[in-house]
Ligand binder design. Structure first.
Ligand code: AHN
Ligand code: ZN
Length: 324
């Protein structure tokens, strides 16, 4: 009896030992993905909104540019401010400040993450015509994407991923001609900071494996459909991001169905720089339009939800840290 017990013990011991080796290998292979703080991202959105509208040629623009650059520097990025004069649809010369933060600048495999940081000078979609000349605060339209990317920068600063990452905050995206401006094609009046960078990248010949644009990623109950320009140039990246979101339980935000099409910053990164890029954007596939507070004086913090910021940020953290 004693002998049998002894053998049994040894068998248990050995199998326990095998078990231990297996799980050790598992932890060795699995990538550590740092957490994403939605609270922190939300604060970064609030910080930007506190500067007031971030309009070209204003002091608020300079103050917020300083804030964004020093945040990125503080989180260990190598930072370049790319200043340029760009021409608006109405003939005005606008000072554009693109802010670029790089991690692992020598790594050959790179991922580009981007958002616009300016806000729109006119609330021309406001139901009240009296508001059409007032600026948009841009809590969701502008600040939300940047808030998520600043939190990603904060996490990357603490533990670098295997690849290189470039975070770009593009300026003068939202100075596009109003809908009733002219009968001519006005698509290229948007995204002026991005168009400038795509033709004059901060590093000669700059490229990346792929790019991800975040535009209006903070809305309450937001849904992100597979946007069509993204699908055309970078369907594999859409697959990667939407399936990562699904496996994290964020399928209610990232709806795996065809969405609308939008001329946004990713168009120029695709067409001019040749970097396959997608747009994560709250765009209604039925109406082809945005949330009802879009380009109104109501684009304020009350429409920004930490849960949405968290779903987008957590998904991107998993994408980035699983990249080799
Ligand atoms: C067009 O209206 C063609 N593009 C709008 C892109 C945009 C504006 N994203 C945020 N604000
Ligand atoms: Zn806008």
């Amino acid at each position: 009896m004693k002998k049998i017990l002894f053998i049994l013990l040894i068998v248990i011991q050995v199998s326990a030992c095998n078990q231990a080796t297996k799980s050790a290998q598992k932890t060795e292979n699995a990538v550590e993905v740092p957490g994403f703080s939605a609270d922190s991202a939300y604060h970064f959105v609030q910080d930007q909104v506190d500067f007031g509208p971030r309009l070209p040629n204003t002091d608020a623009q300079l103050a917020c540019a300083n804030y964004l650059s020093s945040k990125l520097k503080g989180y260990g990025a190598q930072v370049i401010e790319q200043k340029a004069d760009v021409k608006a649809f109405n003939g005005k010369t606008l000072r554009s400040i693109n802010i670029i933060g790089s991690y692992n600048p020598k790594a050959e495999t790179r991922v580009l993450l981007f958002s616009h940081w300016d806000s729109r000078p006119w609330a021309d979609n406001d139901p009240n015509p009296k508001n059409h000349d007032k600026p948009v605060l841009g809590a969701n339209d502008g600040a939300s994407g940047v808030g998520v990317l600043l939190e990603i920068a904060r996490q990357i600063g603490k533990a670098l991923p295997a690849i290189g990452v470039d975070i770009i905050f593009f300026d003068v995206e939202d100075y596009g001609a109003p809908a009733n401006y002219s009968t001519q094609n006005t698509e290229d009046t948007w995204c002026l900071g991005t168009q400038y960078w795509a033709k004059n990248p901060h590093v000669a010949g700059y490229t990346a494996k792929y790019g991800i644009l975040l535009d209006m990623v903070g809305g309450v109950g937001a849904t992100f459909f597979r946007e069509q320009v993204s699908e055309q140039y970078a369907a594999n990246v859409v697959d990667k991001v939407w399936s990562q979101a699904a496996s994290l339980g964020f399928g209610q935000y990232f709806v795996n169905q065809q969405g609308g099409m939008i001329t946004d910053d990713h168009v120029y990164v695709n067409q001019i720089r040749g970097i396959p890029s997608i747009d994560i954007i709250q765009l209604d596939p039925q109406t082809g339009g945005f949330a009802d507070y879009w380009h109104t004086v109501d684009d304020t913090m009350k429409n920004v939800d930490k849960n949405t910021l968290g779903a987008v940020g957590t998904t991107l953290m998993h994408v980035i840290y699983n990249e080799k």
